[in-house]
Design a protein around this ligand. Structure first.
Ligand code: MC0
Length: 133
């Protein structure tokens, strides 16, 4: 069951600059910062209602966000849906013929369990499933 939009991930070339710009222009405060080595990112979250805007800096060129920035430039990188059961949501996508990037759930930021579905099967949008502990 999808509960909410968990976050919208935005790839930025300069995290410090983007955090300052988002904070100033939207009048929002960053509420969380975390380095997720496994995913090759450093994230900063801004709370917007019950969801987050996630600014993503790449930890290197050979990471998903690094490659995205190189190929497509800054912009929306993925949309993450908050689900009650990530394994069940993955099974549903799989049954519907959607290619999953992760065979089993992985650990995301905030101790979440996450899994990605391929953008080519989701209207050109990289989709993340997020189960909050
Ligand atoms: C690539 N493509 C995308 C895309 N990335 N389309 C939409 N959104 C994206 N983010 C498109 C390319 O333009 C290309 O289309 C095709 O997909 C293949 O791309 P590629 O450049 O060859 O890249 P791949 O296939 O090597 O990798 C793409 C893939 C990868 C999505 C499989 O980035 C991946 O495994 N992502 C999942 C992990 C991730 O993104 N982690 C970072 C966030 P054309 O038409 O040119 O062929 S981690 C996160 O956010 C955590 C911390 C959290 O939330 O807790």
């Amino acid at each position: 069951v999808i509960l909410d939009i968990d976050h919208i991930g935005i790839a930025v070339p300069d995290l410090k600059d983007a955090v300052e710009r988002y904070g100033r222009t939207l009048g929002v405060e960053p509420i969380h910062r975390e380095r997720v080595e496994d995913q090759g990112v450093e994230e900063v979250l801004f709370a917007v209602g019950s969801s987050f805007i996630q600014l993503l800096g790449a930890l290197g060129a050979d990471t998903p966000v690094g490659a995205f920035l190189e190929k497509r430039g800054p912009g929306v990188h993925h949309i993450a849906y908050r689900v009650d059961d990530v394994a069940a949501a993955m099974a549903r996508l799989r049954d519907e013929g959607v290619r999953l990037i992760d065979e089993t759930p992985r650990r995301g930021s905030r101790d979440t369990l996450i899994a990605f579905a391929h953008p080519k099967d989701m209207g050109g949008v990289l989709v993340e499933l997020v189960q909050v502990p």
